[in-house]
Design a protein around this ligand. Structure first.
Ligand code: PLP
Length: 453
């Protein structure tokens, strides 16, 4: 076979490893392609990975948008080690452990006013499915059990549970399961308008009201009395860094509020500093009813997630419980002691190093560095906000995504980890990054783009 895959493989330095690669079925990966030319990571510290062949790789993606405080942070390592020796596990129901309550309070303190009830999960996908179930339980508890319709958005990513792929708007993730997705789900249009908003810096000027008003059309079509919740990422990351146009989130909030529809912000990426504030909600000044969290909540050192819920939603469900179990939902590993230890230590690092303010201060030089790629070969759009940027490339004819994949491979081999999604390269460095490293990420990208066909 010849073509872009071979071109990518040809310039790749084979990493040494002794593992049999056949048993592991890797998620979201072209397994055969990876296994033919594996790129392996062996260690991580601060802003850098060490690849298996020994070369240093600047982590331009915070792992998968999750290692916000950088790798191998000692307070987090210490907290996890201490907890593993002290309390390896506690059942998540019928009995408690103190750290889970302390962790919930510390998470709640970072949430917008009123969203101070916290349900722990182990991942973003679990947080999303939990939030959708809370939304349905809330309406039922209030005697509005007919409100079951859920509204997501095209190009939304909400993990891979059946709830998450139902409200998500990524066709390949849904295709094999289309017959059994949740019924009664609609999608708002996505907010990416290349013709009007290309090369916007920060929030695009155009589109806020018209894109949000699509929700009014859905309400008119189905009647508000049937709609439980709207779920969106304040900034969509995984599908190519789609920054909300100005006024969009405010208007979604106004429409949902008017019709008694819950608004869920999926902040699995935007939570914990990515935009230069504790949450996207705080950054945009828009408060939803529920916020889904994961990734940066534990600096990814232990799998963890959470849903922050408004007091009103929480109380409606608990008050209806009448002394019994209020909500039939939970995980064996909800508030796992290692996770709560990691969460508390992580939040301590964010606080002690003032990392959200650091991200805010770095967002201007980051924006400059990203937009310096304008005019480079293949670049048709640059989008950014806080410490996240998307560089969209014109697709190679007949091979969508191949250009970005090639650039990703070449950047890795030159010591910079970026992520590719479709034809967009996504950059989301740890919040501890400095201006020199920011420069290096985008300069490497500029050099690499000049060599990509
Ligand atoms: N929601 C959003 C916005 C995400 O970006 C992701 C993961 O990238 C998820 C949910 C799913 O999280 P997880 O992979 O931890 O299940």
């Amino acid at each position: 076979v010849s073509g872009p895959l071979d071109r990518e493989a040809a310039m790749h330095t084979q990493a040494p490893h002794s593992a049999d690669l056949s048993n592991l079925w890797m998620p979201f990966t072209a397994n055969r392609r990876f296994k033919a030319h594996p790129r392996m990571l062996a260690a991580a510290r601060g802003m850098y990975y060490t690849a298996a062949d020994g070369h240093q790789v600047l982590d331009g993606t915070s792992g998968l948008w999750c290692v916000n405080a950088g790798h191998g942070r000692q307070p987090i390592i210490d907290a996890i080690s201490r907890q593993a020796a002290h309390l390896d596990y506690a059942p998540s129901f019928q009995i408690g452990h103190e750290d889970s309550f302390l962790a919930a309070s510390e998470v709640a303190a970072l949430m917008p006013d009123g969203l101070d009830r916290v349900f722990f999960t182990n991942s973003g996908s679990e947080s999303v499915d939990t939030a959708l179930k809370i939304a349905l339980a809330y309406h039922r508890a209030r005697g509005e059990g007919q409100r079951t319709r859920l509204i997501g958005r095209e190009r939304g990513y909400h993990g891979v549970g059946f709830g998450g792929i139902s409200v998500g708007g990524i066709a390949p993730n849904r295709k094999a399961f289309s017959a059994v997705l949740l019924p009664g789900v609609d999608h708002l249009p996505h907010t990416h308008d290349l013709a009007r908003n290309a090369f916007s810096r920060g929030q695009p000027a155009w589109g806020g009201e018209p894109f949000a008003d699509a929700l009014e059309s859905l309400v008119a079509l189905h009647d508000a009395s049937t709609i439980a919740a709207v779920i969106v990422e304040p900034l969509a990351g995984s599908t190519g860094v789609l920054v909300p146009p100005r006024g969009y989130l405010e208007r979604l909030r106004a429409i949902t509020q008017k019709h008694g529809i819950l608004l869920i912000f999926d902040e699995v990426i935007t939570g914990f500093g990515r935009l230069g504030a504790a949450t996207g909600s705080a950054f945009f000044g828009v408060t939803p009813d529920l916020i889904t969290l994961a990734k940066g909540i534990s600096n990814a050192a232990v799998p963890a997630g959470a849903v922050a819920v408004s007091r009103g939603v929480h109380d409606a469900i608990l008050d209806a419980g009448a002394g019994g179990i209020e909500f039939f939902h939970g995980y064996t590993y909800s508030a796992h002691p290692l996770a709560t230890a990691a969460i508390r230590a992580t939040l301590g690092v964010y606080r002690d190093e003032d990392l959200f303010a650091r991200a805010r201060a770095l967002s201007a030089p980051f924006e400059e560095a990203a937009h310096a790629l304008k005019g480079r070969r293949h670049v048709i759009d640059i989008r950014n906000l806080g410490l996240v940027a998307g560089i969209e490339l014109a697709p190679r004819e007949g091979a969508p995504g191949a250009r970005a994949a090639e650039a990703f491979g070449k950047c890795f081999d030159r010591g910079v980890l970026v992520r590719y999604t479709g034809d967009t390269l996504a950059i989301s460095p740890p919040l501890i990054i400095g201006e020199d490293e920011i420069g290096r990420i985008f300069e490497t990208l500029a050099d690499v783009l000049a060599t990509v066909d």
